[in-house]
Design a binder for this molecule. Structure first.
Ligand code: AMP
Ligand code: ZN
Length: 135
């Protein structure tokens, strides 16, 4: 555990959080600055920075818990629509460098605009990047 990492300290029970679900490897708690009702973070208890270094099984565990929370929130909050988001790296807007997935319950007309805007500059030939990816 990284003692200077706030999410490691939450996972270790050293810092309080409103924990809504937990199993041996994964934990979910309410975001302390929510952007919607029920905004939740799901983390692996072990420290990984982002999507590149988290092991596949841990990533799968996080997604499984996110899926269970979605069902729970539909039941308890009456909200069955969500954005599920993850930022890896500074350039992507990550501010806490312990892997986490945001579960953002959505309501029609909640005023949030989370979808990424299209970048006109990149509206070129996507075949070139396709070739780089698949070789
Ligand atoms: P990101 O920008 O994707 O790295 O998101 C970090 C999130 O962690 C933000 O939405 C913060 O509000 C949230 N956050 C930071 N510290 C805490 C904390 N102690 N308890 C709960 N959520 C936190
Ligand atoms: Zn950590």
């Amino acid at each position: 555990m990284a003692s200077d990492c706030i999410f490691c300290r939450i996972a270790a029970g050293e810092v309080d959080a409103l924990v809504v679900a937990e199993d041996d490897r994964t934990m979910a708690f309410l975001d302390s600055s929510p952007i919607s009702e029920g905004h939740t973070l799901v983390i692996p208890k072990a420290h990984y920075k982002g999507i590149v270094d988290i092991p596949e099984e841990e990533a799968a565990g996080v997604m499984t818990m996110a899926k269970r929370l979605a069902m729970l929130y539909e039941n308890r909050l009456g909200i069955g629509e969500f954005n599920v988001m993850q930022s890896s790296g500074k350039a992507a807007g990550q501010t806490v460098f312990h892997f986490h997935m945001h579960i953002v319950p959505r309501r029609t007309d909640d005023g949030l605009s989370l979808w990424l805007h299209k970048n006109e500059r990149l509206r070129t030939d996507i075949r070139e990047v396709y070739r780089k990816i698949v070789g």
